[in-house]
Write a protein that binds this ligand. Structure first.
Ligand SMILES: NC(=O)c1ccc[n+]([C@@H]2O[C@H](COP(=O)([O-])OP(=O)(O)OC[C@H]3O[C@@H](n4cnc5c(N)ncnc54)[C@H](O)[C@@H]3O)[C@@H](O)[C@H]2O)c1
Length: 220
C-alpha cells in the first residue's frame, strides 16, 4: 500500500506541468517568453501591473494562462508557492524613465528583484532567472566584452541591474539556481511593441517618415 501511494505521487508529479512565474509578462519580451514556455508544456503564471494598458497592444497574443495583476513590489509568498522557476522580467526598462524616476527605478528594478529572489528561495522555487542587461558595462570602448569585463553602469537603470546581481548572487545554493541574462537590445515585432528600441525606432521612422535619424556620430 505504501509503495502504491508513493508510486502514484511520483507519476502525478512527473506528469503535472511545472509552473513558471513570469513577471513583466505584459511587456515587449514577456509575451514571447510566455508563448515559448507554453509551447514547451509549462504552466505559466504572469505577474504584471499593466503599465502598458489595453490600448497599447500592437496585437493580442491570445495565450491561455493565469494572469495576476499586481505590482512586483507587493509580491507575497502565496504568489510564488508551487512554482518551479521565476523568470523575473518586470522593470522600468529604459534610461529615460530611469532618469525621470531614479528612486522608483531602483525600488522596482533592484529592491523588488532582490526581495522576490529571497522569497522564491524561502518558498522552495528552484530557479530564479533575472533579466539583467549588457548596459551594466556602460561606456566600455571598442573591444568585445565578456562576463568578466569591468562593470561601468552610467544610468539608474544600469545600476539597478548591477545592484540586483550583486545582492542575488549570494542566494545561490545547491537547491536554488540563479541565472543572470545580460541581454543586448532586442528588436523585432512583439504583441506589446517597444518603439523606443533602436532598430524598432529606425524601422518606425523609416516607415512613417521615410527618414532615419541617427543621433550619434553614426559609427556604431
Ligand atoms: N528589450 C530589451 O532590449 C532588453 C535588453 C536588455 C534587458 N532587458 C530587460 O528585460 C526585461 C523585459 O524587457 P522588456 O523590453 O520586455 O520591457 P517592457 O518595459 O516592455 O516590459 C516590462 C513589463 O514590466 C511591467 N512592470 C514594470 N514595473 C512593474 C511593477 N512595479 N510591477 C509589476 N509589473 C511591472 C510593465 O508593466 C511591463 O509589462 C526588463 O527587465 C529589461 O530591463 C530588455
Amino acid at each position: 500500500m505504501e509503495y502504491k501511494q508513493s508510486h502514484l505521487e511520483k507519476v502525478v508529479n512527473t506528469t503535472m506541468a511545472k509552473k513558471i512565474i513570469v513577471t513583466g509578462n505584459q511587456g515587449y519580451i514577456g509575451p514571447h517568453l510566455t508563448r515559448l514556455l507554453l509551447d514547451k508544456g509549462y504552466e505559466v503564471v504572469g505577474i504584471d501591473n499593466n503599465y502598458f494598458n489595453e490600448d497599447c497592444w500592437f496585437f493580442k497574443p491570445g495565450h491561455n494562462f493565469t494572469q495576476i495583476t499586481k505590482d512586483v513590489r507587493n509580491i507575497e509568498a502565496a504568489d510564488l508557492e508551487g512554482a518551479y522557476a521565476v523568470c523575473h522580467l518586470a522593470a522600468l526598462s529604459n534610461d529615460p524613465m530611469g532618469n525621470l524616476f531614479e528612486q522608483l527605478t531602483l525600488d522596482i528594478n533592484h529592491q523588488a528583484s532582490v526581495d522576490i529572489a529571497k522569497l522564491s528561495k524561502e518558498v522552495g522555487v528552484e530557479r530564479y532567472i533575472f533579466s539583467s542587461s549588457c548596459s551594466m558595462y556602460g561606456v566600455a570602448g571598442d573591444s568585445a566584452l565578456d562576463e568578466s569585463a569591468t562593470q561601468n553602469p552610467v544610468t539608474a537603470y544600469a545600476k539597478s541591474k548591477v545592484y540586483t546581481e550583486r545582492d542575488v548572487l549570494p542566494l545561490l545554493s545547491d537547491d536554488f539556481s540563479v541565472t543572470f541574462l545580460r541581454n543586448a537590445t532586442a528588436y523585432g515585432v512583439s504583441p506589446m511593441l517597444r518603439t523606443d528600441l533602436v532598430v524598432n525606432d529606425f524601422v518606425g521612422a523609416a516607415f512613417t517618415s521615410g527618414k532615419i535619424v541617427i543621433k550619434s556620430d553614426g559609427s556604431p
